[in-house]
Design a protein around this ligand. Structure first.
Ligand SMILES: Cc1cc2nc3c(=O)[nH]c(=O)nc-3n(C[C@H](O)[C@H](O)[C@H](O)COP(=O)(O)O)c2cc1C
Length: 200
């Protein structure tokens, strides 16, 4: 199924760092590469650095917020990748979530989480906080969030992952979501299509 128009599954990946050359983007590149291995899946990486997102209550140009909401609305599943900043997920990730509406278009979407941190404890605290916020807005947060500690030692300057075990764990953020979608959402969509067509 090489035609992109035939790709039934769409995954939106939300980048949680706007820092040029961020380690989050290096990890996201691996996640994107893993998704690309699946011919029937399309994906979009949302880079908030390219969007003008406003805090709630500030009126202004809503064009990019609408684009963001459209990407998440049509997604079958969503991946959040965030750095750990001051013991939590990044403020830009929160701004993205706040721009997803109230009620949120994340509601009902399966979500997997990836956190990277410079420290040896990893991104545990940011993943717990992000999981809580995603669940609060109604997302289906899948078990198995991936935390990458000492991330600056894991990638080289070219973005190559130097640790095959860590690379496998980062890629699992994609495969975990894909397995959930294939096992739970695709059968439901197929059944609905059959019911509509009168063949079920
Ligand atoms: C404002 C700020 C706060 C940070 N707080 C933490 C922290 O609490 N724990 C930690 O392990 N690393 C912390 N770091 C380091 C980041 O985890 C590190 O920059 C890492 O490269 C991931 O961020 P990046 O994707 O932007 O590169 C912090 C960095 C910044 C800029």
């Amino acid at each position: 199924m090489k035609d992109p128009n035939n790709r039934r599954i769409l995954i939106t990946v939300i980048m949680g760092s706007v820092r040029p050359g961020s380690y989050t983007s290096k990890a996201v590149a691996l996640v994107a590469n893993e998704i690309e291995l699946h011919d029937d899946i399309a994906f979009e990486v949302v880079d908030p650095a390219t969007l003008k997102l406003l805090p709630p209550g500030i009126t202004g140009d809503e064009t990019d917020a609408k684009k963001l909401r459209a990407s998440v609305s049509k997604a079958t599943g969503v991946i959040f990748a965030t750095p750990e900043y001051h013991g939590s997920f990044s403020s830009i990730t929160k701004l993205v979530i706040e721009n997803l509406g109230f009620p949120s278009v994340l509601s009902g979407k399966p979500v997997t989480l990836l956190g990277v941190a410079a420290g040896q404890i990893g991104a545990i605290k940011s993943l717990e906080a992000l999981s809580s916020v995603c669940a609060h807005v109604g997302a289906i947060v899948l078990p198995g969030p991936v935390s990458v500690p000492r991330v600056r030692e894991v990638f080289d300057s070219q973005g190559r992952c130097l640790d095959s075990v860590v690379e496998k764990r980062i890629r699992s953020v994609a495969t975990n979501l894909i397995d959930y979608i294939r096992g739970n959402i695709c059968p439901r969509l197929t059944l609905e299509a059959m019911v509509r067509a009168g063949t079920a």
